[in-house]
Design a protein. Structure first.
Ligand code: ADP
Ligand code: MG
Length: 140
């Protein structure tokens, strides 16, 4: 059953991320859907904080393809915004992460990699509700 939350500021979104982190396990793959600025990276900060006790070094991997955090389990954080389609060398690297059953993968802009994302993966949908409010639907 999907669960729908509303957050009023980025701290609340981080707190929700920490809560979500508790129900994640090694091998999980989570697709984060939502427009620019809807809070995907902010939510990832909370998830990383929940599993690593640190969030400061979480940045948007728009330019780096994959960020890796030494949490337990390890987290791969990807942003496919700049990829028109996941292919070539990128695809090989990404598939290596997705296939790592000892880690968790969190993916922003999964729409750009429909060819490699498993249909049955967990999904989180973020939406602007005006001002700082966000709707966050979690379907793990
Ligand atoms: P995305 O990764 O979806 O592009 P980011 O998490 O990078 O989004 O950015 C969200 C921006 O919106 C940040 O500047 C954050 O401070 C701001 N913000 C305001 N309210 C919220 C909220 N309720 N949840 C998450 N971010 C919020
Ligand atoms: Mg982002």
């Amino acid at each position: 059953m999907p669960k729908k939350f509303t957050t009023k500021n980025s701290q609340e979104t981080k707190n929700l991320g920490k809560k979500i982190a508790k129900s994640l396990k090694a091998g999980d793959l989570i697709a984060l859907y939502g427009e620019l600025g809807s809070g995907k990276t902010t939510l990832v900060k909370g998830i990383v904080a929940g599993l690593a006790g640190q969030e400061d070094e979480v940045t948007s991997p728009t330019f780096t393809l994959i960020n890796e955090y030494s949490s337990n389990p390890k987290i791969y954080h990807m942003d496919w915004y700049r990829l028109e389609k996941v292919r070539g060398q990128d695809q090989l690297l990404i598939e290596e992460c997705l296939g790592d059953k000892a880690s968790i993968s969190l993916i922003e802009w999964p729409e750009h990699g429909k060819n490699i994302i498993p249909a049955k993966c967990s999904k989180i949908f973020l939406k602007h509700l005006g001002g700082d409010a966000r709707s966050i639907e979690v379907d793990l």
